[in-house]
Design a protein around this ligand. Structure first.
Ligand code: F6R
Length: 614
């Protein structure tokens, strides 16, 4: 995780760096720091948010036009000033910022200690910068070659920006496993470096995305020079990125999360219409043709993802199996590749990821590809590592999601997976064209249906107020509502720090029912599907044990409304489309509980938006 930024050019570096860090804070916000070069390095570091760093920067940075910066999500060592990046080598000549993890840092550190090196903090990055010094001095190398030689002995993931005060007109950057983009300009007088495109595009829209093990030297007035870590020259492509940055602001909302929840009618619509034909009558995944045959004939689809995206995967499992009759398995990406899974050439491995950078998901995809599977991803970030590496990408058009808790990306993912299931169903003759057309027509009404739920926001807020002292929640659902129960529980715990557990409703009696008592509320996702009566019975079992009940129900509900203490009403849509509407009140409920509790909803503690470490 962590975000890194770099600038070398003719403008003052520090405002560009600090502004870039603010845009990358979603990747971590435990501490922040910058280093600018003025003969010697000026380094500023602060624990906590970028704003603390910004306040500590003084006049001395004026006119300095090269620097690197970092916002941290702590892996090795507490989020103290000492452990904040940039880190400086023992001789004071090299500084680096790092996103990732150096796995063999302990071995390297022991070796450095034997050679008299000392350390002020606990980070793997401090070891790395000293190892670069060690290699440089031992082999009499310039910074570029010292870095390359060092990387040949490094295990782990990294995006790095490095400066050496002996070579004051040069910045060297590299990546492996962690993302890194470089913004270039026509004159080559300026270069921008960042963990993603967002901090760069307001300066230049011409971007070069680095591949693993590529090392780039940035020098004012010179074209990019890219080689691999063994010095072999690498070609590169400059991409034009068109990101609408107007949308990356809170607008009239108090938090990004709330804004993103309310954006869903628009983001679902954008996503849907981007995958329909020009008449908006049929599904049309652009460029899918080459893969269509493989998808139609797939033995099975394995969905790999993490967190909220994993929940979208489970919704996908229900819909794809129902409509296209292809067996689907949904795997935690982090477990998948480490258990020697059986993957055959007829398998499609589908990653679902908002960021397209989640380390575990990316690793699972790469593993699957190496085993001969066809890879597919549903992803929200253009040009992300997954999008670049997969055989096919179906984008969600949710726009930048800044709130750490995923909301609009989830509904967009479910929208894409639904369209895919319908298209596969038609191609495989498992559903009729009439049924497909009817579903497409209904999907087109979803933005409107979601919009209707917002009129109940004040009601949801008034219910949320009752739960600021609650310490634990149970969430239940059945069938396609089961992943929505999981998602409701995840949303609540990650932003309000209230323990919450999602469970299939029928499993309750196999254990969790023992926990039911007056102080444990249960949220039941009970929209009217074929399990409705059974869910009402489950609710009765909870009531009989004095457990309070909150229920997500359809507007025309008949029974659950009489059992539940509080209800959240949502419009009735077809079963398989219900997740997109049922999740909305749960997102709002979590949001309001967290705000009442005074939690930082956009940046919950210990979390980061993009998990680029294993
Ligand atoms: C929860 C949340 C996370 C992400 C997970 C995967 O609200 O945002 O659980 O869903 O880290 O991230 P992506 O989708 O970027 O792969």
């Amino acid at each position: 995780m962590c975000g890194i930024v770099g600038y070398i050019g003719n403008k003052e570096a520090s405002p560009i760096l600090v502004d870039g860090l603010k845009k990358l804070e979603y990747r971590g916000y435990d501490s922040a720091g910058i280093a600018v070069l003025n003969g010697d390095f000026l380094i500023y570091k602060q624990p906590g948010k970028v704003i603390n760093l910004e306040e500590s920067i003084d006049e001395r940075v004026k006119g300095l036009s090269m620097g690197i910066a970092h916002t941290r999500w702590a892996t090795h060592g507490e989020p103290t000033e000492q452990n904040a990046h940039p880190h400086k080598s023992n001789n004071g000549e090299i500084v680096i910022v790092h996103n990732g993890i150096i796995e063999n840092y302990k071995f390297l550190k022991d070796e450095l200690i034997k050679h008299g090196y000392t350390f002020i903090g606990q980070t793997d990055t401090e070891v790395l910068v000293n190892y670069i010094q060690f290699v440089q001095e031992k082999n009499h190398l310039n910074i570029e070659d010292a870095l390359k030689k060092t990387l040949q002995g490094i295990n782990g993931a990294y995006a790095l920006a490095v400066m050496d005060k002996k070579e004051p007109n040069k910045m060297v950057v590299t990546r492996k496993g962690s993302p890194l983009a470089i913004g270039v300009t026509e004159t080559n007088e300026e270069f921008y470096v960042a963990s993603d495109a967002i901090p760069i595009v307001e300066h230049t829209q011409s971007l070069v995305y680095l591949n693993d093990d590529e090392v780039v030297v940035l020098e004012r007035g010179k074209k990019l020079k890219i080689t691999d870590i063994y010095g072999v020259q690498k070609p590169y492509r400059v991409k034009n990125i068109d990101l609408n940055l107007n949308k990356v602001s809170k607008g009239k909302y108090e938090h990004y999360m709330l804004k993103e929840i309310f954006e869903q009618p628009e983001t679902i619509k954008n996503t849907l219409y981007s995958h329909l034909n020009t008449e908006n009558t049929n599904i049309n995944f652009e460029n899918l043709d080459v893969l269509k045959d493989k998808l139609i004939k797939a033995n099975r689809i394995i969905i790999v993802s993490c967190g909220t995206s994993w929940h979208a995967g489970i919704v996908g499992e229900y819909i794809i199996e129902e409509l296209a009759r292809i067996p689907v398995e949904v795997e935690y990406a982090s477990e998948f590749r480490y258990r020697n899974p059986i993957i055959t050439e007829g398998d499609i491995v589908m990653a679902i990821s908002q960021s397209g950078e989640t380390a575990d998901t990316l690793a699972a995809l790469r593993y699957s590809k190496s085993k001969g599977a066809t890879t597919f991803c549903i992803c929200n970030v253009f040009g992300s590592s997954m999008a670049r590496e997969c055989d096919f990408t179906a984008y969600t058009y949710a726009g930048s999601e800044v709130g750490v808790a995923s909301t609009k990306a989830f509904t967009a993912q479910v929208a894409v997976v639904s369209l895919l299931a319908i298209q596969l169903g038609v191609e495989r003759n498992t559903i009729s064209q009439e049924k497909a057309s009817a579903l497409v027509e209904e999907i087109k009404t979803l933005p409107l249906e979601v919009n209707k739920i917002f009129s109940t926001n004040e009601h949801i807020k008034s219910i949320a107020k009752n739960y600021t002292q609650t310490t634990s929640f149970l969430f239940l659902g059945r069938g396609i509502n089961f992943p929505i129960a999981l998602e409701g529980a995840l949303k609540l715990k990650e932003i309000s720090y209230i323990h919450a557990e999602g469970y299939p409703a029928a499993e309750m009696k196999h254990g969790p029912i023992a926990m039911i008592e007056e102080s444990l509320p249960t949220v039941i996702v009970a929209t009217n599907n074929e399990y409705y009566d059974k869910l009402v019975s489950n609710a009765q079992e909870i009531k009989a044990r004095k457990g309070p009940i909150l229920a997500v129900i359809n507007e025309d509900d008949s029974d659950m409304i009489h059992v539940a203490d509080f209800v959240f009403k949502v419009p009735r849509v077809s079963d398989m489309l219900q997740p997109i509407v049922s999740v909305i009140p749960l997102q709002l409920f979590s949001y309001h509980v967290a705000v009442f509790k005074g939690c930082n909803v956009d940046q919950p503690r210990n979390l980061a938006k993009s998990v680029t470490v294993e």
